[in-house]
Design a protein around this ligand. Structure first.
Ligand code: ZN
Length: 385
């Protein structure tokens, strides 16, 4: 029987309890799952994350909330003289990988009979949860930092959610929602362990697309570690079931404006010190001053023999341009992985002959307002007139 286990004190809870964290404030994990991968059956199923149904701990099939999300392309790209594979995880119903987590978390909440939810987000998760709440017929309220991209806020409003814009940095948004958790279920994409149960399907897809094998390395953006821990959880399950034989090196990338996990990695400590963010970055989706799963991310890094890198905004824009010139238009938070390829290569974390996947997590169409005011585009406009 599936249990929720606190990663801090080890307390156990039934998955039917409507809680988002342990009574000790620790973060919960879904444990004692019975997962399996019937690969012959999976091959014949629809292109959706739900093709891995036996590995997703949602109780009832009738409560599955799906918008047809999943099995995004794995596109070969050449970066300098390195061959890489880009996982196009921005090709989701709401334009970001968050739909993996939202589909599973909202389905679980439907299992529990939850009718009213709220979440805080820098934009993408808010838009995604609003869409799946709309599909599920749940009422939804989203708290966003007031600086979040207009495209994401517009999405949230069109999906019918109530929007609260909170002044200040990303952490102020979380503080604002924590005062209101008695009014509706706090369906936090950062705290709720079912969100990771959805993002782990990214690992299943990469493995299936590589003929049920693991790549050598995966480079991904890392704020609160949704993708990073999803990959770790997913590959660990595939290894335990003997479907693949190795854990890829998990290489996370943070913005130089807010790099608490990178700092812990550099200082060789096993906990993440809260970071005091004083300025903004165009990579808004990876700015978490105090990632709630910080310790778990560092543990996953150690077990996967992974590493972290940090990049600046001008490098992000160059990465974004590199992708766009190959026909791939992503948001800055996603483009953060491109300049990191070179850094990991120089640090000998990735080798020329190795198989490296980069995760492109969010669509550029969400951030056209931010990109339109970038220095690059103003120079291009001047040239055109
Ligand atoms: Zn606890």
């Amino acid at each position: 029987m599936v249990k929720l286990i606190c990663s801090e004190c080890g307390r156990r809870f039934s998955p039917k309890e409507k809680i988002f964290q342990c009574i000790c404030d620790g973060v919960l994990e879904v444990a004692e799952k019975k997962v399996s991968f019937p690969v012959n059956k999976i091959r014949k199923r629809k292109n959706s994350i739900w093709r891995y149904r036996e590995a997703i701990p949602v109780e009832s099939d009738k409560n599955v909330v799906s918008l047809g999300e999943g099995l995004t392309p794995l596109l070969p790209l050449k970066y300098t003289d390195l061959e890489i594979l880009a996982k196009l995880d921005f090709l989701f119903p709401t334009g970001s990988f968050k739909d993996r987590g939202s589909s599973v978390m909202i389905s679980h909440l439907k299992d529990l009979g939850v009718k009213k939810i709220m979440d805080d987000s820098s934009g993408n998760a808010g838009a995604s949860i609003s869409a799946y709440a709309a599909k599920a017929g749940m009422s939804c309220e989203i708290f966003c930092p007031s600086y979040a991209s207009g495209g994401k806020l517009t999405q949230i409003l069109y999906y019918g959610a109530k929007l609260n814009r909170v002044p200040g940095m990303r952490e102020d948004t979380e503080k604002a929602i924590l005062k209101r958790t008695k009014e509706a279920y706090y369906a936090s994409h950062n705290w709720n362990p079912y969100f990771i149960e959805g993002t782990k399907t990214l690992a299943f897809e990469i493995a299936e697309q590589l003929g049920w094998s693991s790549p050598d390395n995966i480079i991904c953006p890392c704020g609160n570690g949704g993708i990073y821990l999803g990959l770790f959880t997913g590959f660990r399950e595939l290894i335990e079931k003997g479907v693949v034989s190795s854990m890829p090196r998990l290489l996370g990338v943070q913005s130089s404006v807010c790099p608490p996990i990178y700092n812990a990695y550099r200082e060789k400590i096993d906990f993440v010190k809260p970071f005091k963010q004083i300025s903004r970055t165009i990579a808004e989706g990876v700015c978490l001053a105090k990632p709630v799963r910080g310790q778990l991310i560092l543990k996953a890094m150690k077990e996967s023999k992974g590493s972290f890198e940090v990049v600046k905004d001008d490098e992000v824009i160059r990465g974004l341009r590199f992708l766009a010139l190959q026909g791939v238009f992503v948001e800055p938070t996603s483009a953060i992985v491109i300049p990191a390829i070179e850094k990991f290569y120089q640090n000998r974390m990735i080798g020329k002959k190795e198989k490296t996947v980069v995760v492109l997590s969010g669509s550029g169409l969400k951030t056209t307002d931010v990109l339109a005011s970038s220095r690059f585009l103003s120079l291009e406009y001047q040239r055109a007139s």
